[in-house]
Write a protein that binds this ligand. Structure first.
Ligand SMILES: [Zn+2]
Length: 277
């Protein structure tokens, strides 16, 4: 048996998929292997709340939470830092070791100013015309995907869904500066995003994709552990899961590559039961 102390042995071996515009109207997809040192990698779990104003969105979070928790457990065991980021409900965790760990990480100056715009209880990085095309789905109705009666937009969430376990060594924050401080304290250069919803919070929150790209981190999306707020009755009129795939492709072209949880667990990627394509 070989001794596995090299950094290569402690790496996550990711198949990073990205897209580039090859010619007008033509986008090329490429997949590149990467070895991310686990000690220099954080997994940020975005807005996996205990409930949602859209009943379909809430149901899908429940379905994804168990498999995501399994991925989180394996990533943690490999040495990846876990940051729980349930936006606007961090007070639920007041006084916990995970919350205190984020609050007590020493202040570190960011290389560029953090977002100062506000939306939905945190700072926010809006769609950036210098960096991306318009989103490929119309979520201007907020994206209730329920058939028939549409859900009233009344946020009911109070905490992160309990299925996702908080380990003693994890951290919990929804704040951009606290996230940066945690990453700086641990020498983390690689940031993985998982959670919901990709067209909104997983891109826009101050710990999420746009902000981490602006800050110069190596960023990747775990693309089977996400979902969107997309109503198939809105343009482009595709089914909900095709809508999510379109946003994943948007991220891969304009923001960061993606990979599936298979690269962490060795198991098949997660797929929603309602995805009958
Ligand atoms: Zn709904």
């Amino acid at each position: 048996m070989s001794i596995t102390t090299s950094s290569a042995a402690d790496a996550l071996r990711l198949n990073l998929r990205s897209r580039t515009a090859a010619a007008p109207g033509e986008v090329r997809t490429t997949e590149k292997p990467a070895a991310w040192e686990t000690k220099k990698t954080a997994l940020i779990i975005c807005d996996m709340w205990d409930d949602h104003w859209c009943k379909s969105a809430a149901r899908r979070v429940v379905e994804m939470a168990g498999p995501l928790n399994e991925v989180v457990k394996q990533a943690r065991a490999k040495g990846v830092s876990i940051i729980h980021a349930p936006s606007s409900v961090t007070d639920f965790y007041k006084g916990t070791p995970q919350r205190k760990r984020a609050q007590s990480a020493p202040f570190a100056k960011t290389p560029v100013p953090l977002a100062t715009a506000e939306r939905w209880g945190t700072a926010w990085c809006w769609t950036d015309p210098k960096h991306e095309a318009v989103l490929p789905i119309d979520d201007s109705d907020m994206g209730c995907s329920c058939v028939g009666t549409k859900c009233p937009i009344v946020p009911p969430w109070t905490r992160q869904i309990a299925t996702i376990e908080l380990a003693p060594e994890d951290a919990l924050t929804d704040n951009g500066q606290e996230t940066w401080n945690l990453l700086a304290e641990r020498g983390i250069t690689n940031v993985i995003l998982a959670g919901v919803h990709l067209n909104m919070c997983v891109l826009g929150r101050p710990f999420a994709i746009r902000q981490q790209v602006y800050l110069g981190k190596n960023v990747a999306l775990m693309r089977d552990m996400t979902d969107t707020m997309y109503n198939p009755e809105r343009p482009p009129g595709v089914d909900h899961f095709t809508g999510t795939d379109l946003v994943i492709a948007h991220v891969e072209q304009h923001w960061c590559p993606s990979f599936t949880s298979t690269d962490v667990t060795g198991k098949p990627p997660f797929r929603f039961k309602e995805d009958r394509r």
